[in-house]
Design a protein around this ligand. Structure first.
Ligand code: KG4
Ligand code: ZN
Length: 335
C-alpha cells in the first residue's frame, strides 16, 4: 500500500511517498527561500502562489523517485493544520482533488504533531509514550505523547515561537534569511556569556515559554534603549557574541523545560522535532541533559526536523484506525 503525503503549510512545497510500515520511499522538498529572502521573512501570498506553481511537479517527482505510478497510490495524506491559511489551502485542495480522482481515502494530518512523528520515522521503532518537544518557526510546545495519535499539551509559548525569535534576531543583526541557520553560524564564533539575556520562566514549574522579552533584550543590547538614536555599526565579533548569547538563552530554557517535563511525567524518552531542532547547540545540550537523566533522546536528522512531507506518515496510524477525513476537509490555520 502506497501513501502520498503533501505539505504546504508555510514556505516549503513538499511531497512524499511512504508505505504502511511506515517506510519512506521518496521525500521531495522545494524550498522557497529564494523568493522570501529579500523580504526578510515569509510573505503568505507569495508562499501560496509558489505552492500553486510547484506542487504538482513536486508530487510527480516524488512518485517518479519512488518508482511507482500515480494510480498505485492507495491514500492521500495532507497537513491541513496549522499554518498560513492560503498556503495550507493549496495542499488541501490538491489532496482532495487527487483523493476524488483516484477514488482513495483522504487523511488530514496535524503538522505540529507530525513533527514528533518524524522521530518515529527516524528511529523506525516505537517511541511512545514520550515527552514531545516541538520547536519550529510557528510553534514551541511540550506534549505528553501517550501513543502516536494521542498528545496532551503540557505547555507552550505564550508569545513568539523559538524559531520566530531566531528569525527576528537574525534580521536585527542583519545576518540574512532564514534566520536560524544564520544565527547558528554567527554564534559559532561568539562567546555565549558575552551578554546577559533573560530566560523566561526558567525557575518556575510551569511548562510554558516566552521569547518576546528575549527578542526585545537583544534589540536593546544592539541599539540601546533610546531607539530614536541612530544605530552604531557593530563588528562581526560583537554580532557573533550577541548571536551566541541569544542562542545560549534559548537553548537553556528549551533544555530546562524539557527536563522538567520528563521529571513531571516520569517518562524516560524525549522526542524532539521542528526546524529549531536542527540547531547543533540545542541537540548537544539536550543530549547531555538526557544522558545525565538516563533518558532516551530521539531527534531526527536535520532534513526530517525542518518541514517535509515524509512526516505526514503519521497518517498511517490514522488509516489503521479508519480515521479518514471528510471530502470537505478544510484548511485550519490555528493550532
Ligand atoms: O519546522 P520548520 O521548518 O517550519 C515551521 O513549521 O515553522 O521550522 C522553521 C524554523 C525557522 O524559524 C528557522 O529559522 C528555524 O526553524 N531553524 C533553525 C535552524 N534551522 C531552522 N533555528 C535554529 N538553528 C537552526 N540551525
Ligand atoms: Zn513545521
Amino acid at each position: 500500500m502506497y501513501f502520498l503525503g503533501i505539505e504546504t503549510s508555510c514556505d516549503e512545497t513538499a511531497a512524499a511517498v511512504f508505505t504502511e510500515e511506515p517506510r519512506v520511499l521518496a521525500s521531495i522538498v522545494a524550498s522557497q527561500v529564494d523568493l522570501h529572502s529579500r523580504y526578510g521573512g515569509v510573505v503568505p501570498e507569495v508562499a501560496a502562489r509558489a505552492h500553486l506553481q510547484r506542487l504538482l511537479p513536486v508530487i510527480q517527482e516524488a512518485i517518479d523517485q519512488a518508482q511507482i505510478r500515480l494510480d498505485q497510490i492507495g491514500a492521500i495524506a495532507v497537513h491541513y493544520t496549522p499554518g498560513l491559511v492560503g498556503a495550507l489551502l493549496i495542499g488541501v485542495s490538491c489532496a482532495k482533488m487527487l483523493a476524488l480522482a483516484l477514488g482513495v481515502p483522504l487523511l488530514g494530518v496535524n503538522h505540529v504533531k507530525a513533527h514528533i512523528y518524524a522521530c518515529r520515522l527516524a528511529t523506525g521503532e516505537d517511541i511512545f509514550p514520550c515527552v514531545g518537544l516541538v520547536v519550529s518557526g510557528g510553534h514551541t510546545c511540550l506534549f505528553h505523547c501517550l501513543d502516536p495519535l494521542t498528545f496532551d499539551l503540557l505547555g507552550g509559548t505564550i508569545d513568539d515561537a523559538a524559531g520566530e525569535a531566531f528569525d527576528k534576531v537574525a534580521s536585527l543583526l542583519d545576518l540574512g534569511f532564514p534566520g536560524g541557520p544564520a544565527v547558528e553560524k554567527a554564534a559559532a564564533a561568539g562567546r555565549p556569556d558575552a551578554f546577559r539575556l533573560p530566560r523566561s520562566f526558567l525557575h518556575e514549574p510551569r511548562l510554558d515559554f516566552s521569547f518576546s522579552g528575549l527578542k526585545t533584550a537583544v534589540l536593546y543590547a544592539l541599539r540601546g534603549k533610546d531607539l530614536a538614536q541612530p544605530a552604531r555599526a557593530w563588528s562581526d565579533q560583537e554580532k557573533a557574541d550577541l548571536a551566541a548569547s541569544f542562542q545560549r538563552a534559548v537553548v537553556d530554557v528549551l533544555v530546562a523545560k524539557a527536563r522538567q517535563a520528563l521529571e513531571q511525567t516520569g517518562l524516560k524518552c524525549l522526542a524532539v522535532g521542528g526546524g529549531v531542532a536542527a540547531n547543533g547547540s540545542l541537540r548537544d545540550a539536550l543530549g547531555h541533559m538526557t544522558d545525565k537523566r538516563g533518558a532516551r533522546l530521539v531527534i531526527p536528522g536535520r532534513d526530517l526536523c525542518t518541514d517535509n512531507a515524509a512526516m505526514a506518515a503519521m497518517a498511517v496510524e490514522q488509516w489503521k484506525l479508519g480515521h479518514f477525513a471528510p471530502a470537505d476537509l478544510d484548511a485550519v490555520p490555528a493550532f
